[in-house]
Design a protein around this ligand. Structure first.
Ligand SMILES: *Cc1c(COP(=O)(O)O)cnc(C)c1O
Length: 473
């Protein structure tokens, strides 16, 4: 008896994955034994009791910082607390179905995917959504490929994508990977898109402008309607980087601002964990004209029946199956629990918290009014030194030295999840870290498990072995 039979018995939802007629003989020859140097005769495993093991992993978890340790105001990343009920939903054994099962046997799974496509489309003001891309950056790449397919379908060859200099690095990479030349747009004096510079940059070569709004210093691009007009008049499309959607939830929709394509970072806005770089999800929404180019498969509903289908002129697959299913389930659960009023409340508190925190700290903040995040400057101090010192005050520091528009930037996003008390603690740590003189103190951080690491060396020569700190390899 296989797993499905065990679960479903003779239930008509059970359908064998491979019927006899599906099986083919694959000629891979005789299996050969592994070479001697790759096999072993015995394996020594440590004989640990359950408490020892539990303590080991709990201790390891305490050596790290997480949203469950305290505030994590990493600007642009939206490190909001992930409510644990979403984990319960994702852990439901009924969600563990093989992705190759036929549509008729996974109606519940497809209904959830369909519901999420639909909710995201409504939230973004888009007409169609694919859930497949596994991250925001993958969503950007997908969205730009969709834009490219759209232009090509109209025999309109365009070679450039315009991106503000203050944009996230992935925007430049996504456009370049899709084969476009990147035209960098300088920011105006107030940190927003300079309309004259944009007018000068657009041409019949413009395939798209990629923009996030509020932008990377938290300032709303209030000329967005004119920006959309300039790009559309030149025949280009407007791409929305959804990383800052947390500021707008339930209030303004990228589709209504004139955006044609967007990605959603569900691991930012919709409270699913960032989890050490993955897995996440970066669904992509588009307007009706672009829907036929979305990745396949998508989910649709016909007379109460859900089915997978391939959009007519799809760019193909960008990930396995429907994407990172369990991450998507968490986003679905979060959106369903909050509803319209909860989403609106989240964006209100995200903006209120950022503005409250900014009002409580003694830092210069060059650009505003800002929304859910602000870029403070460390002034004469090295932003990294101040940030490392904040760790000694028991809080996680903000994003440092980005965007470059602000010298020694400390891009701060407290999120809606923090209480007044926790914002006050955070403010106290900001000011204390700024006031400390590095010359008189131990190098920061001095109270964390690992001290100041050489970031360049850590990135180029990572040591990923299990050995304890200080032990020779
Ligand atoms: C996080 C982020 C991205 C990329 O998203 P990932 O999910 O990390 O790939 C793109 N743009 C901005 C502004 C971001 O903050």
């Amino acid at each position: 008896m296989n797993y499905d039979q065990a679960r479903y018995g003779d239930d008509d939802r059970y359908e064998p994955l491979l019927s006899e007629k599906d099986t083919t003989t694959v000629d891979v020859g005789e299996s050969s034994p592994l070479p001697d140097d790759l096999t072993r005769d015995s394996l020594e495993l440590p004989g640990l009791s359950e408490p020892e093991l539990a303590r080991h992993y709990t201790r390891l978890s305490q050596m790290n910082w997480s949203v469950e340790s305290g505030p994590y105001p990493l600007g642009s990343c939206t490190m909001k607390y992930n409510p644990s009920f979403t984990e319960d939903v994702a852990a439901d054994p009924n969600g563990a179905v093989h992705p190759d099962r036929s549509d008729g046997t996974v109606q519940g799974t497809l209904e959830v995917l369909y519901g999420l496509q639909d909710s995201l489309a409504r939230i973004g003001g888009m007409d169609a959504v694919t859930l497949q891309p596994p991250a925001g950056a993958a969503g950007e790449f997908t969205g730009i490929l969709v834009a490219k397919a759209y232009h090509e379908s109209r025999d309109d060859d365009r070679s450039e994508v315009i991106i503000p200099a203050s944009a996230h690095g992935t925007n430049f990479a996504s456009a370049a990977m899709a084969g476009y030349d990147v035209v960098e747009l300088p920011s105006g004096d107030d940190g927003r898109v300079d309309l004259e510079a944009l007018e000068a940059a657009v041409s019949e070569e413009t395939a798209a402008l990629m923009l996030t709004n509020p932008n990377t210093v938290g300032v709303f691009e209030r000329d967005i309607v004119e920006i959309a007009e300039i790009v559309h008049d030149a025949g280009g499309l407007l791409y929305y980087d959804g990383a800052n959607l947390n500021a707008l939830l339930g209030r303004v929709r990228p589709g209504d601002m004139g955006f044609d394509v967007m990605h959603y970072n569900v691991h930012k806005t919709f409270a699913t964990p960032h989890g050490g770089g993955g897995p996440g999800a970066g669904p992509v929404g588009v307007t009706e004209e672009l829907a036929e180019f979305l990745p396949s498969p998508r989910v649709r509903e016909r007379e109460g029946h859900y089915e997978l289908y391939d959009p007519e002129r799809s760019i193909g697959k960008v990930h396995g199956y429907q994407g990172n299913w369990l991450v998507l389930v968490k986003a679905y659960a979060y959106i369903a629990r909050l509803g319209d009023s909860g989403l609106e409340d989240a964006s209100a508190k995200a903006v209120l918290n950022a503005n409250y925190l900014a009002s409580q700290i003694d830092y210069d903040i060059p650009y505003g009014p800002f929304h859910h995040e602000f870029a403070a400057t460390a002034g004469d101090r090295d932003a990294a030194d101040v940030a490392k010192r904040m760790l000694d005050y028991g809080v996680h520091p903000p994003t440092t030295k980005w965007p470059e528009l602000v010298p020694e930037a400390m891009l701060t996003e407290p999120t809606e999840a923090e209480s007044l008390d926790s914002l006050d603690d955070l403010a106290a740590a900001f000011d204390a870290a700024m006031a400390d003189s590095d010359a008189e103190l131990e190098p920061a951080p001095s109270k964390t498990t690992a001290g100041r690491i050489d970031q360049a060396r850590a990135a180029r020569n990572p040591r990923l072995s299990w050995r304890a700190l200080g032990e020779e390899e």
